[in-house]
Design a protein around this ligand. Sequence first.
Ligand SMILES: Nc1ncnc2c1ncn2[C@@H]1O[C@H](COP(=O)(O)OP(=O)(O)OP(=O)(O)O)[C@@H](O)[C@H]1O
Ligand SMILES: [Mg+2]
Length: 410
Amino acid sequence: MDSTALAAAFEALEDCISIWDRDGRLTHWNQAFGDVHRGTGFVVVAGVTFEDMLRDGLSLDLYDCDGMSADEYVASQIRRRDALEPREFALRDGRWMLTRTRRMVDGNLVSVTTDITSIKMREAARTAARSIEAALTEDLRAAAKDLERARLEAENARLNAEAASRAKTQLLARVSHELRTPLNAIIGFSEILEQELFGPLGDARYVDYSKDIHQSGAHLLVLINDIIDLSRLESGSYRLEDAPLDLAQPIEASMRLVRQMSIQKSVELINGGVETPWVMADERALRQIMINLMSNAVKFTRKSGTVLVRAANSEDGGVEIVVRDTGVGIPPDDLDRLFEPFARASNTETASEAGTGLGLAIVRSLTELLGGKVTIESVLDVGTTVRVRLPASRIITGATTLRPWAVGGA
Ligand SMILES: Nc1ncnc2c1ncn2[C@@H]1O[C@H](COP(=O)(O)OP(=O)(O)OP(=O)(O)O)[C@@H](O)[C@H]1O
Ligand SMILES: [Mg+2]
């Protein structure tokens, strides 16, 4: 390749090329070098020194000196160039340049300047992305830490609440056991007095009083038994004694017990029949569920209302026992918590009825022990429906008859 071709190649290059003699004066440059400050009034002239060029550029405000004074800037650029170190500099128009200077065999210097703006931009973008990412990661880490702390606090609160609830139930159970013995004496002796078994009491008021003592004692015993049952259910020590049984039996037995109360209140107790009657279950548990639901239905239904009880096949192959009343209903806000022990609805009419709030808690625990589910729906002043679903696994297949019960049976 001859020197003309080489010169032509230099001219065609996008990089700026300049040659400086041993006295530090500019001797040759290519087109790109001449054009680098085009439009700014800057002119390249042969024979200038590097310092002259820098100062010209500074007087035209071409360089971004990054806070340095003009002298500092010039000194730092010259130092780097003399040391033949790569020299980066920024132009006011936003471009970034990189100049590499080499000494040739004849002692002259050759400088090649490349526009590195796009590389700088990419670097800046990467740095920005990295710092955003770091900030985000830090935020996320902090958020995760907050979440974990909240979770642990909630978990601790739950464990504390559970422990407190267990302690409460255990205490109640122990106290209840202690109460049962003297209570049986109170019930037994007041009954003897009430019936005047060993002779007349004299004044009729004594008979009334002993009747009150007997009734109150009996009520207290029911309550204590409920508490003991609930504590057994909560501690997992309630044992089911499953046996094949006709579902109509516990339902009829419970109806007989509640009938007295329904007659007193003039509430009609209706049996809607039972489909697929044979189940494998604990009869005592079923009876307790039914008594609690039916007594609630009668208790919270006004004179001449009705309570309907029936058991029908459910879609999932199980059986659904339904107790539906036309009573006072339950405020929607109360529905969710009524299955908690000691919970009672807030309607004033309900509040005046006797009750402890254990019935539904026992119903739920027993139903779940049987593998079933209990739900309650209610509309204020219209009525309440409670459904107890037993799973298909409890059904004994083979007998599918609709069997109405004897209404008003003793
Ligand atoms: N059929 C119903 N109609 C209207 N309110 C009801 C009905 N069943 C239950 N409730 C409301 O739910 C509350 C809780 O019922 P639950 O059977 O658990 O307790 P209780 O009947 O008050 O007392 P206990 O059953 O322990 O004697 C009742 O106090 C009542 O407010
Ligand atoms: Mg009740």
